[in-house]
Ligand binder design. Structure first.
Ligand code: NAP
Length: 307
């Protein structure tokens, strides 16, 4: 394919980062942007990670060779239904949703025969949202998981893999159900725990909210960072990956119960054994280049000692 015309539907953290990353390597003949609000569209054009904006979904996709759907998972079905009749024959549609099986089912219901859907999920992000949050390096050395099924056109999978590699990612192909299970434990349940612990702390009657904020040492602070993630995006993740999340939560609850038991019976050996195993996992993540071993995750500001 010559340099493609690429359209970004949704220009928040992920959509804007894709725009910046595509521009960094000059991969697109033209980048068109579309988002729900005129405000986001204007901002995107001013920041400059798109070449033009469209004021309708249909207008945005009409000339596109590749359409990236960068919207919350729960919006994808409706958007594909509305844009499908306006797609060019042969266009490739891809997404970045954090859940894959439900998205694939929804898209296949609406997409016409002469277009291909390549499901994708970049394992990269921050807790920030909106068009100003994106940056070109977001995907560097991060994984992007593609979950095509046996029907997905192989050439289209290759095209999208090449794009992600050019944007800095390593690409892995995986079955959609397996993706949803793996991400349930590596991302969705950890976010749920963060939402829960921050909510619990905020509700505690014996500890005032101001104390929670004033004495928020590293452990709690790191949870609040995760718990500040976009509410709509995360609502949609749990609405669309409930089964896998509940399966992983059942395992998590069993393990939590055995930790409770170890504390109750003063089984220091069991606690130390687990904490040593978990420290090893952290080391493996750093060795795999997926995080920094700098103190305080490389943050420069350090108002309080971490714990
Ligand atoms: P975000 O910053 O909140 O941006 C969402 C974008 O979608 C906004 O530009 C919004 O437009 C647009 N949008 C929402 N509904 C729309 C509609 N009906 N029609 C057109 N545009 C619509 O979200 P994000 O963090 O980039 O997440 C986007 C997707 O990436 C989600 O599916 C998420 O699961 C996935 N993902 C996120 C992360 C992460 O860490 N954040 C990581 C990997 C994958 P307005 O600004 O006009 O409202």
């Amino acid at each position: 394919m010559d340099k493609p015309h690429i359209t970004l539907i949704g220009m928040g953290l992920i959509g804007s980062s894709i725009g910046h990353a595509l521009k960094r390597v000059d991969l697109a003949a033209h980048i068109t942007g579309y988002a729900r609000s005129a405000e986001t569209r204007e901002k995107a054009l001013n920041i400059g990670f798109v070449d033009s904006i469209a004021d309708s979904l249909k207008g945005a996709v009409a000339d596109a060779d590749i359409v990236f759907l960068n919207v919350p998972v729960g919006m994808i079905a409706e958007i594909v239904r509305d844009m499908a009749p306006s797609l060019k024959p042969g266009a490739i549609v891809t997404d970045v949703g954090s859940v894959k099986k439900s998205v694939m089912d929804a898209v296949h219901e609406h997409l016409t025969e002469n277009t291909t859907f390549v499901p994708a999920h970049p394992i990269a992000g921050t807790e920030l949202s909106g068009p100003e949050a994106g940056f070109a390096e977001l995907f560097d050395n991060r994984w992007c998981i593609l979950t095509p099924d046996s029907e997905t056109d192989k050439q289209a999978v290759q095209t999208i893999s090449d794009l992600w590699r050019a944007m800095g990612s390593d690409v892995e192909i995986m079955d959609a159900d397996h993706h949803d299970l793996v991400l349930a434990i590596t991302s969705h349940v950890p976010h749920l725990i963060a939402f829960n612990i921050v909510g619990t702390a905020a509700d505690l009657e014996a500890v005032t909210q101001s104390e929670v904020i004033k004495y928020s040492a590293g452990g709690f602070r790191d949870f609040t960072r995760i718990a500040a993630s976009d509410p709509v995006m995360w609502r949609d993740v749990f609405m669309n990956n409930g089964e896998a999340v509940l399966e992983m939560l059942a395992r998590f609850s069993e393990d939590l119960t055995s930790l409770q038991r170890a504390i109750r019976w003063k089984d220091g050996e069991a606690l130390e054994k687990l904490f040593s195993r978990t420290r090893d996992i952290r080391r493996s993540i750093i060795e795999a280049g997926q995080d920094t071993d700098d103190v305080n995750f490389g943050r420069t500001e350090s108002p309080h000692k971490t714990d």
